[in-house]
Design a protein around this ligand. Sequence first.
Ligand SMILES: Nc1ncnc2c1ncn2[C@@H]1O[C@H](COP(=O)(O)OP(=O)(O)O)[C@@H](O)[C@H]1O
Ligand SMILES: [Mg+2]
Length: 247
Amino acid sequence: MEKLLDVENVSISFIQYVQGLNQRDLKVITDLTLDVSEGEILAILGSSGSGKSLLAHAIFGILPENANLNGKIKYKGKELSQEDKEELRGDEIALIPQSVNFLDPLMKISDQAIGKTESKEEKKEKKAKQREIFERYNLGPEVDDMYPFQLSGGMARRVLVSTALLSSPQLVVADEPTPGLDEKTVKETLNHFKQMKEDGVGVLLITHDIHAALEIADRIGIFYSGYVIEIAENKDFSGNGENLLHP
Ligand SMILES: Nc1ncnc2c1ncn2[C@@H]1O[C@H](COP(=O)(O)OP(=O)(O)O)[C@@H](O)[C@H]1O
Ligand SMILES: [Mg+2]
């Protein structure tokens, strides 16, 4: 299986101003290395505030202005510049954002899923594909004309997942896709990731839900205070962790 994503020695820090003009470099992620291949689910487990969303945003080139990014992020072996990230984003690589706030509150669901189109034909084509994928995720035609505030939590989650899949991405980064969902919706969401994997998509699943990670991931990385302390095969997390470096 071809390697899709390489994160090599990535560090992310923020410049903090303390007492007037004194600056301080606040490191959030230190020397992070990981990779994701086709048809693989890599879960990164970390507690709240450990830098999980920043990692996702670094891959997509949407870090906040005051963030410093060091290290390399590669896609299919090629180091990505900011322009490359913008080009790939929403095309070959897709982000399933942590928050439904990523949806535009003033735009109908179907319109924002389809995005900008060049021609009438293209719009028609994309609309048909959108309907087909939404249908697969149990989102009926009535959803198309809704605004984000009209969606339930589970529907919103399915909208984010199906919108990400519209461009037929090869790599999907999902930022905490399960919190706040009922058990049935969690199961459903995890099944969606299994399906993506079976379709050959590489998935980076960012989560603080160890059960979700154990259920679907091939490998699991533990993120602790900005360091990945270990990435191991799913099966090594069994028993008392005797196969782990840091049980
Ligand atoms: N724009 C910013 N300026 C300064 N610190 C930030 C900024 N954005 C995030 N942080 C800090 O980076 C840390 C990691 O944030 P985040 O990646 O959102 O964590 P999580 O693992 O919960 O997704 C947090 O402690 C947060 O305070
Ligand atoms: Mg987060």
